[in-house]
Design a protein around this ligand. Sequence first.
Ligand code: FA5
Length: 346
Amino acid sequence: MKEQLLALQKACLDAIKKADSSNALQEIEVKYLGRKGELTAILRGVKDLPDAQKPIVGKLSNEVKTVLEEALENKSKELEKEELNKQLQDDTFDITIPGPDRSLGHVHPLSQVQHQVEKIFNSMGFMIMDGPEVESEYYNFEGLNIPAWHPARDMQDTFFIKGKHDKKHGRMVLRTHTSPVQVRTMEKYGAPLRVIVPGRTFRYEATDASHDTTFYQVEGFMIDKNISIAHLKGVLAQFLSSLFGKEVTVRIRPGYFPFVEPGLEVDFSCLICGGKGCRVCKYTGWVEFMGAGMIHENVLKAGGIDPKKWQGWAFGFGLTRLVMMRHGIDDIRLLLGGDLRFINQF
Ligand code: FA5
């Protein structure tokens, strides 16, 4: 039995010495020390030996087991080290290889045109103002000469904010236009003023190729002494020719807005169809572009400005529609639709 144990120990140690991978080592462990392994079988058989041999063979078997376990552990550490070194040698790291290409985002076409508009008006001495998108009924309507009973409220379908009510300024709304910033600016700075207000506006309407529920407007107004519609025409002509780099046909017709008197509507000849008629211009050849007029004296008063000393004009145009004309986009809903295949073209 003793010889058998020593022969097993030698065979196992030889095999451990020759093992060239962790897998091979594992197989050796199973072969000799596993549940059905050769040494395990001998250890199990000790109980059946004559009493005199039991302690001798039992002791020797345990000694062999300890020797083999130690040899396996040492070889395992050795192989692990070798495998790690090999892996490090294989994994050459070239710091000169450029990193993975991460595509950068870009400025949205609406913002691109907004920045151009701001630049042109800046060069004519206009300052840029901002105002809240969640606005009070007072600034959105009353301050602009549209009291609660006025039928003109129906011209702008309004989103009301549930449960919000300000004692002084009424209910809260998603602003339907950028005009509320007129009174806010007058209150803050007084006259004279040259201001534009680019911003997001909201209306509860059925959408189509030229109407969305969320769109951008640019308000513009000028208040000074002896200001007339002639200044408005001059500023608009300068603005449009700078923006489009060519002459754009503009049509001015009477329009009604309670916050201006007299009121005007300014239309563009449709740049999508060249004025022939398409679904964007509703087959009229013209695109409604802006409302404008001389600021109503009630609005100047609401802003704390004396209408006997000062007067001015105001306009409000659809920035989103301007972007459509600029790029020949035939459906407004594409602009805020979030489809990257569309937006990445600009
Ligand atoms: C107004 O909003 C007035 N506040 C403009 C104004 C300002 C008049 C100052 C006088 C003085 P209107 O509702 O017409 O007016 O809207 C102005 C422009 O916003 C329109 O000409 C159009 O270009 C754009 N617009 C209006 N509704 C939508 C919509 N649902 N989707 C996209 N653009 C729109």
